[in-house]
Design a protein around this ligand. Structure first.
Ligand code: ADP
Length: 524
């Protein structure tokens, strides 16, 4: 796994060393001498985590709390305020106030930019702390959170800080015969935005959502996933430290009912959601009441394709990385691996070797390459898929659940002999489980790769540049990675075709999620 030093690139080492953590002392990845918790982390999880509404931290109005657990041990980690519809009402009204009349409403792009940049700096200053919180809460290795999640989150704020001063419409002539007109468009912030995020990259998903909304001048109510609220709450504290005016960034914790209260709220102008396709569809229903704008970043069942002419030393570890990174809990995971027949056996053997070499353990152990799945529910779900694969006749070459008395560990799992109508091939597993298929011709391959309701991402491994472009064009997906996988960058748009979503995250494209276009027409 290329927790590549401090870079914000998440691709496997080009020389094909595969799933081996490269720890770089100079870059400070080993700066934490032990896997003990930092004092600030210990203090943070000792007190109940509250909701941030109008610049104040408060318990839920109903006084309810829920617990979050450490998935490596199953122990309770923290108590969290459970926001209900009354808390959402209060947060929406604070966000409305901030949007319409607070200092936020009068701030220039340059002033917004400074605050957003400062938040990026604060994230970086708290790198170890945020990485520990993420590892504790989500289970992912500390080293991965430190090399990837946290720096990418800081980068997202900095990238969007740049856009805050570059938001403008067009000027153009119209042909209306009724007179002489001057016409132009303005880009205006959509308003009060509800943002509902998942547990797989808790801090990074908060950054993907908050940064562009703030760049455009919206005010936000963020609803973190119930499994992983720690870093979102800490991010709220850092936003206050950065100096965002009260009501601009609100964080309300809770479950699906909290999210539904936000998505259906009549005074929310837009809802942005990342999560499962099933919940994404229910967000659409919730949003109907006031026809609020909706953007959705949903599930996937992404094909990863290895042609016989690929550099297999890169493609094999790349395929392992595509599915096993973040324990397969990625919407873009390369969960269907298609391999050209003449190299099929070699690739299969290679991916099994990669899978077996991965060290699974507690994320805070610096030697760990794959932590536990996020929760008991997710563990049971993934194990259920593995059982169904075996029951329906697929062959499990390696992997499966780790028997033990604590923690939600599943080993990297490889299936062959799977058929297109099996559950493990059709449905998003969101775990470290890959099905490997041989293919004969490019035509068959493209048909098989596109045989899915999803369209989030694909990987293509070949040394033939024409083939790479041809197949990339034929695949119906929002991202195609060629000779790489899981490369994320704040400048690179990400999102889905088909049932993988509406709209794009990151890049210039994401700004459209948070803006309205106003046409201004002046008769001269
Ligand atoms: P996953 O399946 O990966 O657990 P979900 O799609 O269930 O992810 O959840 C992603 C986010 O959506 C979480 O913050 C969760 O609380 C929230 N959520 C779940 N159900 C609903 C709902 N009906 N309406 C709004 N938000 C919801």
């Amino acid at each position: 796994l290329s927790a590549q030093t401090h870079s914000t690139r998440l691709h496997p080492p080009p020389e094909g060393r595969g799933f081996t953590l490269r720890l770089d002392k100079k870059e400070g990845i080993l700066s934490m001498e032990t896997n003990g918790l930092l004092p600030q982390v210990q203090d943070f999880i000792k007190k109940p985590l509250l909701n941030l509404i109008d610049g104040q931290w408060s318990s839920s109005i109903a006084g309810e709390e829920f617990s979050v657990e450490n998935p490596a041990t199953g122990d309770v980690l923290a108590q969290v305020a459970y926001g209900k519809s009354a808390d959402i009402d209060k947060a929406v009204s604070a966000a409305r106030n901030a949007f319409e009349s607070g200092p936020w409403a009068r701030m220039s792009g340059s002033e917004r930019s400074k605050l957003i940049w400062k938040l990026g700096d604060l994230i970086e200053t708290h790198l170890d702390e945020l990485a520990q919180l993420e590892s504790l809460d989500n289970g992912k290795p500390f080293n991965v959170a430190k090399a990837a999640d946290v720096p990418l989150a800081a980068d997202m704020f900095r990238y969007m800080a740049g856009w805050a001063t570059k938001i403008y419409g067009d000027t153009f002539a119209i042909s209306n015969p009724g007179g002489t007109f001057k016409t132009y468009t303005l880009k205006e912030p959509v308003g009060v935005v509800g943002q509902i995020i998942p547990w797989n990259f808790p801090l990074l998903m908060a950054a993907w959502k908050l940064a562009p909304a703030l760049a455009t001048g919206c005010s936000v109510i963020l609803k973190p996933a119930e499994q992983t609220p720690l870093t979102a709450v800490r991010l709220g504290e850092l936003a206050m430290e950065a100096g965002f005016p009260p009501g601009v960034v609100n964080v309300v914790n809770g479950f699906g009912d909290t999210g539904a209260a936000l998505a259906s709220h009549m005074d929310v102008d837009k809802v942005a959601f990342t999560g499962s396709t099933e919940v994404g569809k229910s967000i659409l229903n919730s949003a109907q009441g006031n026809l609020k704008k909706v953007s959705l970043e949903l599930g996937g069942k992404s094909p990863n394709i290895i042609f016989a002419d690929a550099n297999l030393d890169a493609a094999i570890p790349g395929a392992a990385f595509s599915i096993f990174f973040n324990h397969g809990q990625c919407c873009c995971a390369g969960s269907r691996l298609y391999v050209e027949e003449s190299v099929y056996e070699q690739v299969l053997e290679g991916i099994v070797q990669q899978a077996d070499a991965i060290k699974v353990g507690d994320g805070l152990d610096l030697a760990t390459q794959m932590g536990p799945l996020v929760s008991r529910e997710q563990y049971e779900r993934v194990c259920g898929f593995i059982d169904s694969g075996e029951q329906q006749g697929a062959k499990k070459l390696t992997g499966g659940k780790v028997e033990g008395d604590h923690g939600y560990f599943v080993r990297p799992t490889v299936f062959t002999n799977a058929k297109p109508d099996m559950q493990i091939v059709k449905e998003e597993i969101f775990g470290p489980v890959v099905s490997v298929f041989p293919f004969k011709s490019e035509k068959d391959l493209v048909a098989a790769a596109n045989d899915t309701n999803y369209g989030l991402a694909a990987g293509i491994w070949t040394e033939n540049v024409s083939k790479a472009h041809r197949v990339s064009s034929a695949i119906k997906a929002g991202t195609t990675w060629i000779n790489c996988y899981n490369v994320f960058d704040a400048a690179l748009p990400f999102g889905g075709y088909k049932e993988s979503g509406w709209g794009r995250e990151m890049g210039r494209d994401v700004l459209a999620n948070y803006m309205e276009t106003k046409s201004v027409c002046i008769q001269i």
